[in-house]
Design a protein around this ligand. Sequence first.
Ligand SMILES: Cc1cc2nc3c(=O)[nH]c(=O)nc-3n(C[C@H](O)[C@H](O)[C@H](O)COP(=O)(O)O)c2cc1C
Length: 199
Amino acid sequence: MEAFLSLEHMLRHAWNMIFQGTVKRNSPLREVVLSTIDEHGVPQNRMVILRKVEVADRRLIFFTDYRSGKINDIQSSQHISLLFWDSKKRVQIRCVGLLCMYKGDSLSKMYWDRIPKQGRGLYATIAPPGTPMPEDGVYMPPDWEERSLPETDMIAYPNFCVLICEVSKLDVLHLGREQHQRGGFHWNGNSWSMKWLIP
Ligand SMILES: Cc1cc2nc3c(=O)[nH]c(=O)nc-3n(C[C@H](O)[C@H](O)[C@H](O)COP(=O)(O)O)c2cc1C
């Protein structure tokens, strides 16, 4: 990838890369590391899939199981960071923002209605993710296979949660062949303030 000619160019490119993560199935930015701080102050990382991006509002949208450990973390601190890496373009993007949860409301229902049965299975396990496997190894409801799509609502939808991160900071690093470039971007309430950083 060519060097960035300006900070505006770098910022535009970074947002476009993030956006492409939701439209190109093979984009490396489809999978992102979400970092939270748990109740003991310990950082916790995990991969999540980027589901949607609203660039104008700086919003990144994810899905999760409301019973998962990260929900506890977010309830004690909404401050999160995200890490993207495109190894072909050699661009790292770090985002900082506040994460909000949407569960059992019209927004979560809108996304839920678009999820096919296979995807809904993630939210239907009989016990929360991360809890011990039952001795018989069965962790899906016994009648899961027979249930029609609308019949999955009752058992899986209560566990479905939409996470929306409003990004307030970006740190973009490009490991170029000729030179490395790094930009720091901070949303000041109306616009992005930006500066070149030592890589
Ligand atoms: C490639 C990949 C994509 C994943 N996507 C999601 C996702 O979109 N949402 C999610 O909650 N977990 C996703 N996971 C599972 C999480 O990484 C994690 O194991 C799970 O959410 C439990 O994390 P927690 O205990 O920190 O809450 C994904 C894992 C991988 C490897």
